[in-house]
Design a protein around this ligand. Sequence first.
Ligand code: NAD
Ligand code: UDP
Length: 311
Amino acid sequence: MKQRVLVTGGVGFLGSHLCEALLAMGHEVLCVDNFFTGSRDNVLHLLENPYFELIRHDVTVPLQVEVDQIYNLACPASPIHYQRDPVQTIRTCVHGAINMLDLARHTQARILQASTSEVYGDPQVHPQQEGYWGHANPIGLRSCYDEGKRCAESLFFNYQRQYGVPIRVARIFNTYGPRMHPSDGRVVSNFIVQALKHEDIAIYGAGTQTRSFCYVDDMIRGLTGLMNQEADAGPVNLGRPTENTMLELASLVIRLSGSRSRLVHLPLPEDDPGQRCPDITRAKALLDWSPEVTLEEGLEKTIAYFRALIR
Ligand code: NAD
Ligand code: UDP
């Protein structure tokens, strides 16, 4: 059935792919963004579509529109961007969540929160299951994002308990793919851009820290699947259940891009988590979801995107 779907953060990396997927599913899409990290370029190809509407708006300000579903993605996701204006990051996470939850409450819309593996902080349990409460520093440099997202989750579950708002909460692990901004600052885009320019690849710390990397198409399938299933399942991890060290990622990027780059080491940022890997048992059972794109395939597509962009 055709739905009117609001996507906040809709011109960002994930948001633009989500808008595209929702239009392809036959929905009307209202894309809201304040362009803090996202770019109009990401949705240029959608602007002619009569079922797509783009509104410049900051989610920290209340919004009144008639919608059936809300995907709340608005928030800078890269550490360099969310630490640029940490107070605004907290406002976006917390006031943004309140405003979107109020909208969901008044329109009786279903609302999905783009939460994050960062709610687990620097985890002491591996792999991370949804029942793990995490190990986050409440006052460190990353706390504007970690604690902002943790507070947003609390708001979601409290709006559900107190007002019966139908919520979905996705804990997204590191996701990459075309349309990441070349100066986004996250590891996959940094490594690929450096490799394609044959510049030194900057590994922060020893490079033995791990992340799990999910290709964007798999993530979008997970997000829409979670939104449209009927169970009230609590938070759901979405990510690739395989870990790679940053050293492994760098050598894979160098090999796949045919680069002459060498590795250099820079200091590890404060509170940088040592290990991250999702347990996706719940997503498998609930959504029949698991990532299909291998890291090598996903990197090849992303390298091709950046190669064309840089040229
Ligand atoms: P992104 O930075 O590309 O996109 C975020 C979008 O939100 C941008 O278009 C930005 O302009 C917009 N935005 C920021 N503050 C806003 C505000 N106050 N009002 C309106 N719009 C605002 O990042 P992304 O990777 O696409 O991430 C999207 C969401 O997914 C974020 O909420 C992020 O926390 C979450 N997430 C992403 C990842 C990942 O690996 N990509 C991992 C975990 C969680
Ligand atoms: N990282 C790195 N070089 C870079 C960017 C990041 O070695 O140019 C490391 C970073 O220290 C972290 C990992 O890569 O350990 C993932 O960083 P990213 O910012 O992509 O995501 P997050 O730390 O939020 O998971």
